[in-house]
Design a protein around this ligand. Sequence first.
Ligand code: UDX
Length: 431
Amino acid sequence: MKVSVIGTGHVGLITGATFAERGNDVLCVDVDRKRIRALQKLAMPFHEPGLRELVVRNSKAGRLRFGGTNADAVAFGQVVFICVPTPPQADGHADMTFVENVSRDIAAALQDYRVIVDKSTVPVLTGERVKMVITRYARKNVAFDVASSPEFLREGSAIEDTLNPDRVVFGVESARAEKVLRELYHNFKAPIVVTDIKSAELIKHASNSFLSMKISYANALAAVCELSGADVQQVTRGMGLDRRIGAAFLSAGIGYGGSCFPKDVSAFEAISRELGYDFRLISEVKSVNVEARERFLKKVQEELWIVKGKTLAALGLSFKPNTDDCRESVAIEIVKRLLSMGARVRAYDPAAIPTAREILGKSVTYCRSAYDAARGADAALVLTEWKEFADLDLAKLKRALAQPVVLDGRNLFDPAKMREMGFIYRSVGRP
Ligand code: UDX
């Protein structure tokens, strides 16, 4: 099928590349000309394992093209995916300006029947708005359908998540749109959930908020474990084996970050309130998340006494491993707080130094390795659970540090082994 994708961010670029991989003819457009020029030269705008290979293979096979306007996208694809940002506003609501602008461009360019599918994460009732905008601004009286197909990919495993998803959701309001989308997804092995548009929109916010709730639950549990002397990893392992609960997303740590969870939880809270429901459970998920980083910072203060003037090694800057994405990274927030307390920070991340530099500038010393960051430091702080850190030569790390203090915000190491090696070691929710 001919497929157009508007927006080449994490969702758009991966949507385009994977539909091409599944044998479709794909055109990706973006207003960021620099990004498009780079993609035409097969340079990736962000770090995502396997993406470059996928883009190279499908571009060379002629199934994946970059460039053009939103009008070109409408002319090209039978299905047009909207994959533009919906950033958070100060009051928590998602800013829908880009979605509206794209909808107007689509309206102006519409000549024949198209299925316009929203893949950006949007609040419930957006589909109605998109339909209203297209109807209002269309130059001709052309039939079209609006649909919603939320994306569930995770950064770092985005390709696998998209090619082999747990489920594909699409919300439609006509049999014609359903038929087109079923055909597009015919060679995906995943179960297909067809709903009305509003329900599809809600599935996305509800899923991300639920996952955030699991993480906050684990972090609240970690607090009780610390007070009682129990071990949160043992507790969550015991819980997770119950298939009704599941083991995933129960890792306690410094809290969730990234471009999705914080934004989506706030947007879900905001749209619920606007509709007349105070979703208190969600509000509590947010406060427990902030509490998690505060409890970690308290441990740093407890171990160092005076933070001012101390040198700290920050291991990890990205919001999670296998990505260079530092948006809403709790690691970055913690580094900022330590700097404001007067600490000197030596930071290392396997992928995210260039992106972290855009946020932290020259306020920290960027290092070549975890050992380099630890050199002469009063403590090492594990802030992102990169495998590279789990595999560190701990004796070497100890030799590099001025003081053998490790504060592990991601529960990467075995407490007994760390103490046996002579480290002063604190982690999250474990004795
Ligand atoms: C998330 C959703 O998982 C995905 O379905 C959606 O499409 C986009 O948002 P992503 O933001 O890429 O994906 O990262 P994810 O792997 O979900 O992690 C989010 C945050 O939660 C990270 O900061 C991670 O460190 C944290 N986390 C995750 C925990 O603290 N504990 C856990 O058990 C799991």
